[in-house]
Design a protein around this ligand. Sequence first.
Ligand code: ADP
Length: 269
Amino acid sequence: MHYFAGIDIGSTAIKIAIVDESGELIGDKISASGSMFYKYAKEALAELLSELDIAQESLVYTVATGYGRKLFKEANEKISEITANAIGARAAAKIEGAQEIKTIINIGGQDSKAISLDSEGNVVNFAMNDRCAAGTGKFLDVVALKLEIGVDELGEYHFKSQGTPLSINSTCAVFAESEIIGLLGNDYSIEDIVAGVHYSIARRIIKLVKRVGIKEGIYFDGGPALNMGLVNAIENELTKEIFIPKYPQITTAFGAAILASESYEYLEK
Ligand code: ADP
């Protein structure tokens, strides 16, 4: 049996997906990128292969993607995360029986993207914010740290918020942090602050999506898509339902793994 790997080296997390010859996802791993992207990506891949009991020689083709992809010397191919995200999103939606994907919202650790696809799944347009932490996972990490809760708890707090969510006006993460400190000083609850932060990110991300055009069949992925409070805020602001795959953080790695299997098959012919 041959296996194929997609390695997404993101600014915050390394995601690896392994597929078999039928393109089925058989294992994945998420680990911190830290300061040594290449070293940690290599270690994570070795660990995943060992967990899955796959010999190194059986891994016949690897595609690297993401922010740190150029560093992964062993990759047979390197592709942009936009392409890998689009392939992975369409495949995940198909597997999970969702509507055909036309618009992808991706929020990563340090950037956010909106990608528009045509009916063939080709990327026709994309917009990206990588200059400002507001509207990214980093912003949520900073907020959670300040509120002394885990990022994985933000969703829970969001749904406990009462009434109209607070308005967070600062567009810069640093100023937003001071704004949050001010709100805490005025005895606003953590729940209401969290909901306010989610709505402020939702409004920013919708502005980004509007730049590529909002076409129904909206898919949201990246680590922050695990936060159902943020999902709720985006859906409310958009007044549209969005589809979240089962494993939103590994979509791009999955897309790269699918491409790895296709490239291998093409080269073997
Ligand atoms: P990148 O590809 O840029 O490294 P990811 O798509 O891996 O980014 O997303 C990383 C972000 O996901 C983190 O900064 C964090 O805010 C968020 N995140 C990770 N795990 C969770 C979780 N369990 N619940 C909510 N948010 C999460």
